[in-house]
Each structure stands twice: as C-alpha cells, then as structure tokens.
Design a protein around this ligand. Structure first.
Ligand code: SAM
Ligand code: SF4
Length: 336
C-alpha cells in the first residue's frame, strides 16, 4: 500500500499545477486506422508482455490515487479491444478516493456492452465520431463502411444508459469534415450529449498541416450564424470551452489545443499501455514505471519516479510546427 497523500508526494508541478486526472492507455492496438491518429504505414503492435497487466495497472492507479488523482480515463488505442476490460473497470471502480471513472472509445464494439460497462462502474463515456456520412467515416477511419452502423448503434446504446455524461469527440479537419459542424450541433441540440469539437493536433506522421486546422473561433462564428449559444461557467481545469444551445437538450464544447492552449490549467498525466508516465501529451519525455515495477521497485520508489516525471513537465507545449517535427510517439501509441 502506497503512503497516503502528503505535502511531499502531492502531484503539484513546478508551475503550481495540481494533477488530479490520469489517463490510462490499456492497449496500443486499434481496429480503426484514423488518418489523424495512426501513421499511414501502420504500426507494429506491442507484444502482450510489453503491456502492463491489469494487476500492474491497478497497482499504479492506486499509487496515483494515493497521490491525489480523483479521475481516471481509460483510453488507447481502442480500449475495448483489450480482452476482459470490464474486469479492470470493476477493479478500478472499487478504489477508494476515485470519484470518476471514464473511458474514450471509438464505439465499434460498444453496442451490446453498454449495460455491462455501466454496471462495472464506468461513469462517463466519450465516443469518437468524425462524420455522419458512412462513406466519409470509412475514409477517415480507413475501415469498411459497415463499421459505421456498429458505431451508431453503440452511440444509441450509450445515450439510453444512465451515464453521468456521454460526449462525442469530433476532430475537425478543414476540407475533410468541417462541412458537418452544423449537423453535429443539431445532434447535440436533439440529444442529452456534449459534442466536443477538437482542433486537429499534430503527431508523428499523421498528415497534419496548419491549413487543416479549423480554429474554435472560426467554428464559433459559423455556429453563431445558425444557433444561439450561451457560454457555460468555466471549470478551472476543464480543457473545453463549453456552451449551451438555446432551446436544445445537449451542449457543445471546443477543445482549442492549437489556437488557444489550456496548458496553464492542465491537470492531467498519462500512463501509456507499456507503462510509461508522460507528463505532457506533446513532450517526448517518458518515465518507465513498467521496468522499475518488474525489477521489484517499491511503491515509494514508484512515487518518486512519478514526481520526477512531473518535474519535467513543461510550462506549455511547444508551437505546433515544433510538435510536428519532434520525436514524440504517435497519438495511438500514447493514448489520447
Ligand atoms: N480509440 C479511442 C477513440 O478513438 O475514441 C480512444 C483513443 S483516441 C487516440 C482518443 C481521442 O483522441 C479520440 O477522440 C480521437 O479523436 C483523438 N485524437 C486522435 N488523434 C488526434 C489528433 N491528431 N488531433 C485531435 N484529436 C485526436
Ligand atoms: Fe483508433 Fe481512436 Fe486512433 Fe481512431 S482515434 S485510430 S479509433 S485509437
């Protein structure tokens, strides 16, 4: 059992930011190959023994919770391709001190499993969907068009379940799907859902160019011509700029990582599927907890390594062109 949170092990970085949110990638594998996430040439999947086991994930999660983490999100790759995922969700869901257990999924495998996930302790679900047009969805995801129906069935199931929140993540790319922004707003207006428009971010070999970024200000201006949006109160650590739609049921948000970064209030840390802690999504530095654990590191040694990783966290991420050129891993390998 790790030592409880003290002033010495609190997850506060050199810029006074307190970290309460851990994103855990449970696999680097995925059944889609989204153009903005996965390099064109594909990736060699990690071998099973390179990934953390559920026991190792739970041990690290418990240490982070002792240090002040209150929210965990499971992600990937596609988290639902990891065998027996509900077992992990149940294990994490039982941990004292954890207030929110969330997951981000592409929803291809969601339909039929929503109830089980909810019963296992999952409280929030984020689902990625970049187009309502099956052919376009298929071109972006580089998968058979039939998969689109499975995703929509998954979304439908999620909306019927009683999750604390269901969000739809849309990566907006100029000339690719920006003509559907209003369709997504309409979807939010009609359903109990938060649609999050995400600015296209650069990662290794992901076809990113500055011209393909649609800024949140441009999206707001377009939406403002057709809908009345009302800004919602800022949650200090939230990354989204959130808006209610006048007369609508759901809400829309903008994740402006490129045009107006939220680094100054960043409260997140990441654990990759192969057991590396990353203190910044866009910064290549990684701290290898997996090998330390397998060599017998104690919980307090692991806590020290986590704090070392936090000390390396930059004040803000580099400019976009620099990010695109550095040797950070691909999004799918890090965990979004
Ligand atoms: N496979 C799951 C999914 O797609 O929801 C979880 C992992 S995915 C890497 C997590 C999120 O990262 C997704 O919502 C995806 O749209 C987002 N993402 C991936 N690459 C991105 C990029 N280049 N720019 C912005 N968001 C990106
Ligand atoms: Fe897979 Fe998600 Fe990346 Fe798409 S965004 S390739 S679904 S990990």
């Amino acid at each position: 059992m790790a030592a409880p949170q003290t002033l010495a092990n609190r997850l506060v970085d050199g810029f006074g930011r307190e970290h309460t949110y851990l994103r855990i990638s449970v696999t680097d594998r995925c059944n889609l190959r989204c153009t903005y996430c996965m390099p064109v040439e594909g990736l060699a999947w990690k071998k099973r023994q390179e990934l953390l086991t559920f026991e190792e994930i739970e041990r690290v999660a418990a240490i982070f919770i002792e240090m002040g983490v209150t929210k965990i999100r499971l992600t990937g790759g596609e988290p639902m391709v990891r065998k027996d995922l509900p077992l992990l969700i149940r294990g994490l869901g039982r941990m004292d001190g954890l207030k929110t257990l969330a997951m981000t999924t592409n929803a291809t495998l969601l339909a039929g499993h929503v109830e089980d996930l909810y019963a296992s302790g999952l409280s929030q679900l984020n689902i990625s969907l970049d187009s309502f047009k099956p052919e376009r969805f298929s071109a972006i995801a580089r998968q058979d068009v039939k998969v689109f129906d499975a995703v929509m069935a998954g979304i439908d199931g999620a909306l019927k379940q009683n999750f604390a929140s269901v969000k739809i993540n849309v990566v907006v790319m100029s000339g690719v799907n920006d003509d559907e922004i209003l369709d997504f707003v309409e979807f939010a207006a009609k359903n109990r859902v938060n649609v999050r428009f995400i600015e296209y971010m650069p990662f290794k070999d992901n076809q990113w160019t500055n011209e393909k970024v649609v800024t949140y200000k441009d999206m707001l201006a377009l939406i403002g011509e057709h809908y009345q949006l009302r800004k919602l109160e800022d949650d200090r650590s939230a990354v989204g700029k959130d808006y209610a739609i006048e007369g609508g049921i759901g809400t829309v948000s903008f994740i402006s990582s490129m045009s107006d970064s939220f680094c100054s209030t960043c409260n997140r840390l990441r654990l990759t599927a192969d057991g590396q802690v990353k203190s910044c999504l866009f910064y290549p530095a990684e701290t290898n907890l997996r090998d330390a654990m397998r060599l017998g590191a104690t919980d307090s040694t692991l806590q020290g390594m986590i704090l070392d990783s936090l000390r390396m966290k930059p004040e803000a991420h580099p400019p976009a062109e620099e990010i695109a050129a550095n040797d950070n891993r691909a999004m799918i390998e890090i965990g979004g």
